[in-house]
Design a protein around this ligand. Structure first.
Ligand SMILES: *Cc1c(COP(=O)(O)O)cnc(C)c1O
Length: 373
C-alpha cells in the first residue's frame, strides 16, 4: 500500500498529488439528503459500497439509518464485514467454487444475501452453506437490459424462486431489479418513463411470486439517477444508491424536471493534481493521467477554474487545454478535477483524504481496493 498523501491537520493545499480529496461537509449533506428522502418514501437504504470501497464511508451511511450495504464482489463484502458491517447484499451472481465457499463462510459472520439467475447457482450456494453450516438469503435477479445478468421473464423468476425456497441452507430473499442503463438517460421525462416501465415489469414478477406463495421480503434496486421514481413506485422497498455521496461528471449531465442540470447532490470528491509542465499559453500538463482518473465515460472536469478543459490523458499525464479567458496556468499550480466516473476512479487509489474548512480531518483507507474477486 502506498504512503498516505496527507496527515490529519495538514492544510488541503499540502496534500501530495495526485490524490482523492473529499469535501466532508458536502458528502454529509448528500448522505443526509438521501437518507431523509428514503425515510420519507418509506424505503430501506442499502447504499452500494462499490462506489467508495471504503468501510469508513459505509459506517457513516449506516449511522444515518442504512440497513446494510451492497457489494459487487465477495472480496469487497469480506472487507466490509471485517470492518464491522453486519449486513451485506452481494448484488451479483457468484460463480466458481472458491468464491462460493468464501461467501458461505462469510455468512457465518454476518447476514449475507446474494443473487441467482440459474438453477446451478442455487445448487452451488446450497451445497456450500451446508458445508459451512451457514445460511444465505438468495434473491432472484431480473434482467433489466444492458450488460447485466438476470432471468428474462417473470415465469423464470418464479421457477428459480421455488428452487431457492426448497434448497437447504437458503432462504428466498426477493427480487433484485437494478436498471443500470437507465441511470444516465439525460432527459428527465425519458428517464422517468424508463424507470416506470421497468417498475411495471418488476411489479408483474413480484405479483406472480406472491400469487404462488412466495412473497418478496425485498424488492431492491435503484441508483442515483432513478431512485426518485423507484422509491415512490410502491414496488420497491429498498434502494441501493451509490454515486449520490460523491457524484461525478457523468451524473452531472442528467437533467432535472425543469430541464436544468441535476442539482440534488453536490460534487464532494475531487482528484487534486499539480501542473507539472506549462510552457505555452494554450496547453499544460497535470500529474494525473489514466492511472489516476478513470476515463471510460466522461473526461474529468476542472473544478472552479473557468477556461481550463481536461482533454486527454496518457498513463501518468493529463492534458489541460487553456482558453484565453483562463489566464496563465502556473507550474506547480494545483487543479481539482471532478472525476468522470466515480466508482472506477476511487478503485485506483489506496487513500481518500477527507477535509473540512481547508484542513485535513481524516485519511481513509480505500479498504476494499483491489477486491475484484
Ligand atoms: C452501481 C450499482 C448501484 C448504485 O448505482 P449508482 O448509479 O452509482 O447510484 C446499485 N445497484 C447495483 C446492482 C449497482 O451495480
Amino acid at each position: 500500500m502506498s504512503r498516505p498523501p496527507a496527515k490529519v491537520g495538514d492544510p488541503v493545499s499540502a496534500v501530495d498529488t495526485p490524490a482523492l480529496i473529499v469535501d466532508l461537509a458536502a458528502m454529509e449533506r448528500n448522505m443526509e439528503k438521501m437518507a431523509s428522502f428514503a425515510k420519507r418514501a418509506n424505503v430501506r437504504m442499502r447504499p452500494h459500497a462499490k462506489t467508495h470501497k471504503c468501510a469508513m464511508v459505509a459506517r457513516r451511511q449506516l449511522a444515518l439509518g442504512a440497513v446494510g450495504v451492497c457489494c459487487q464482489k465477495v472480496s469487497e463484502a469480506e472487507a466490509m464485514v471485517e470492518a464491522g458491517v453486519t449486513d451485506v447484499l452481494v448484488s451479483n451472481e457468484i460463480v466458481g467454487e472458491i468464491k462460493v465457499a468464501r461467501l458461505a463462510a462469510l455468512a457465518k459472520q454476518a447476514t449475507i444475501s446474494v443473487l441467482a439467475d440459474h438453477p446451478d447457482m442455487v445448487a452451488a450456494y446450497s451445497a456450500a452453506t451446508q458445508r459451512f453450516g451457514s445460511k444465505l438469503s438468495v434473491l432472484v435477479e431480473l434482467h433489466s437490459g444492458g450488460i447485466r445478468a438476470g432471468v428474462h421473464s417473470a415465469e423464470a423468476a418464479l421457477d428459480l424462486a421455488r428452487l431457492i425456497d426448497k434448497a437447504p441452507g437458503l432462504r428466498f430473499g426477493g427480487l433484485q431489479a437494478y436498471r443500470g442503463h437507465a441511470q444516465h438517460i439525460r432527459p428527465f421525462d425519458e428517464r422517468r418513463q424508463a424507470a416506470e416501465d421497468w417498475c411495471a415489469r418488476v411489479a408483474e414478477a413480484r405479483d406472480l411470486l406472491e400469487k404462488n406463495g412466495l412473497p418478496c421480503e425485498s424488492v431492491t434496486g435503484a441508483g442515483t439517477g432513478t431512485c426518485e421514481f423507484e422509491a415512490v413506485s410502491g414496488v420497491y422497498n429498498e434502494i441501493q444508491v451509490g454515486s449520490y455521496a460523491f457524484m461525478d461528471v457523468e451524473y452531472g449531465l442528467n437533467r432535472d424536471a425543469g430541464d436544468d442540470l441535476v442539482s440534488d447532490f453536490e460534487n464532494s470528491l475531487f482528484i487534486v493534481t499539480t501542473v507539472m509542465s506549462s510552457n505555452v499559453p494554450e496547453f499544460a500538463v497535470v500529474d494525473a493521467g489514466i492511472k489516476a482518473a478513470n476515463l471510460d465515460k466522461e473526461m474529468p472536469r476542472v473544478w472552479k477554474r473557468p477556461g481550463l478543459t481536461f482533454v486527454g490523458a496518457a498513463d501518468e499525464h493529463g492534458a489541460i487545454e487553456i482558453s484565453p479567458e483562463a489566464g496563465p496556468v502556473m507550474l506547480g499550480e494545483r487543479l481539482w478535477l471532478v472525476p468522470g466516473h466515480v466508482d472506477p476512479t476511487i478503485g485506483l487509489y489506496d487513500w481518500m483524504v477527507g477535509f473540512r474548512d481547508g484542513v485535513v480531518e481524516t485519511v481513509w483507507s480505500v479498504s476494499a481496493r483491489g477486491a475484484l474477486a
